[in-house]
Design a protein around this ligand. Structure first.
Ligand SMILES: Cc1cc2nc3c(=O)[nH]c(=O)nc-3n(C[C@H](O)[C@H](O)[C@H](O)COP(=O)(O)OP(=O)(O)OC[C@H]3O[C@@H](n4cnc5c(N)ncnc54)[C@H](O)[C@@H]3O)c2cc1C
Length: 398
């Protein structure tokens, strides 16, 4: 424990105004640290699709800023039943409330843009610097100097790379380049709710040949669709019109209402992305620079844990900066707390992603039972309890 209530670092630069960067800034400013967020986008726009927020992530948000979860919940949506269908429309099963009742209040989906907007609104506007793309940084024993594409520089005590899966900070810090392609492409969009496809409180999973889709309501008359297909190589279309044409082609043998929904989706709103992950690192922090979120442990969306583990990082980093006597020890402990857990969750996410493309019979065989114990460990993560730092029982080799 530090013997003074003075923060261990005065000035912090956080690269990236995604969920991770914004949550970290909120947590650090609460400690009196002058944390600023630098974002490459010129403005916050209504982008992204639905993001699942789960008990482990939401408990960390609540610990960072009590009351914030309620603000998010007001704009989020919780499904009450889940249905599995074949691509031609036959129902395989329907379950009511797939969520453990203990976690009921702590699971909902929200539009990525709403999440970003609400987190940003918790910060003074002058500490979020848009149109600041980080291009490089240099550090010495006393300071880190960060350069931006617009010619500006900042000098701080600590630099945090929360700049997503294609992190520039990681590239400079570690020296590795592109994220690793996981073998599937994904397309997502937010559209007006369509009652011919799903009930107002229903999540729908649809399985086809090497293809999969998830649909769920997002509230305010909107719904999210997210489609995926296995591809040996990743390929991104050059224009919005070509993206839409491609999705229609890949799903052409699917039931009519789905094709109609894709047909009526504004091409510009369809996000196309290769599913990628980041290979685990032995160490996240070097000197006065550290990483967080997708920048360090970008993972397949199958486990719905990208944003949730990022909130865990934000909480633990702030906690370590508050509780340990010096920066070196604080960052070493941050790495220690996060390394094993995030690798295990990356592996789980990859398994869940692969499972989505297995036949329905195979999926039923690898029943939920297999994951029940693991998911308790995953979702029970609670900042109020020391037991959150207990590693998963299986050894992980990085
Ligand atoms: C635009 C966008 C939309 C997304 N939509 C969804 C979604 O709909 N559903 C879902 O499940 N997940 C979505 N994700 C991913 C999801 O939010 C992340 O997995 C997770 O929340 C981890 O958050 P993060 O803060 O680590 O990274 P991210 O959410 O990726 O945020 C990183 C931020 O850093 C900024 N940035 C990148 N490079 C630089 C640089 N050099 N200099 C300055 N800023 C930089 C990016 O613009 C971004 O705002 C989206 C990510 C982005 C960027």
């Amino acid at each position: 424990m530090r013997e003074t209530s003075q923060p261990m670092v005065d000035k912090v630069a956080i690269i990236g105004a995604g969920p991770g960067g914004l949550a970290t800034a909120i947590a650090l400013r609460k400690q009196g640290i002058d944390a600023h967020v630098y974002e490459k986008a010129r403005e916050f726009r209504p982008v992204g699709a639905g993001v699942s927020l789960k008990p482990n992530g939401l408990r960390c948000i609540d610990a960072i800023k009590p009351g914030l979860v309620n603000k998010l919940r007001r704009l989020g949506f919780q499904v009450q039943r889940t249905t599995l269908k074949t691509s031609t429309g036959e129902t395989v099963w329907t379950t009511k409330t797939p969520i453990n009742s203990k976690d009921k209040e702590l699971t909902f989906a929200i539009w990525w843009w709403h999440l970003q907007r609400i987190l940003a609104s918790e910060l003074p506007s002058e500490v979020i610097h848009l149109n600041h793309r980080c291009v490089s940084f240099e550090q010495n024993e006393k300071t880190v100097t960060t350069q931006f594409e617009n010619g500006k520089t900042v000098e701080v005590d600590l630099l945090i790379g929360a700049d997503g899966i294609n992190s520039r900070v990681r590239e400079i810090l570690i020296g590795d380049r592109q994220p690793t392609y996981s073998g599937s492409m994904c397309w997502r969009a937010i559209v007006d709710y369509r009652d011919e496809l799903l009930l107002p409180d229903e999540g729908l999973i649809i399985r086809g040949e090497k293809t999969a889709m998830i649909l769920y309501p997002l509230g305010e008359g909107k719904m999210n669709w997210s489609a995926g297909k296995l591809f040996p190589e990743s390929f991104v279309c050059p224009s919005a019109a070509e993206v839409k044409f491609r999705v229609l082609k890949e799903f052409s043998n699917w039931m009519k209402p789905i094709l109609q929904m894709i047909e009526e989706t504004d091409a510009e709103s369809i996000l196309e992305a290769p599913i990628c992950k980041r290979l685990p690192l032995q160490q996240w922090s070097y000197g006065r620079v550290t990483l967080l979120g997708d920048a360090v442990h970008g993972m397949s969306p199958g486990g719905g844990q990208g944003a949730n583990t990022t909130f865990e990082d934000a909480y633990e980093l702030a906690e370590c900066l508050y509780n340990f006597p010096d920066l070196k020890t604080a960052l070493a402990n941050y790495d220690k707390r996060r390394l094993q857990r995030t690798v295990v969750i990356q592996n789980y996410s990859e398994k869940m992603e692969k499972l989505a493309y297995k036949s329905i019979q195979e999926q039923n065989k690898q029943s939920e039972q297999n994951f029940a114990e693991f998911e308790r460990w995953l979702f029970d993560y609670d900042p109020k309890s020391e037991s959150r730092l207990k590693p998963w029982k299986e050894k992980v080799v990085i």
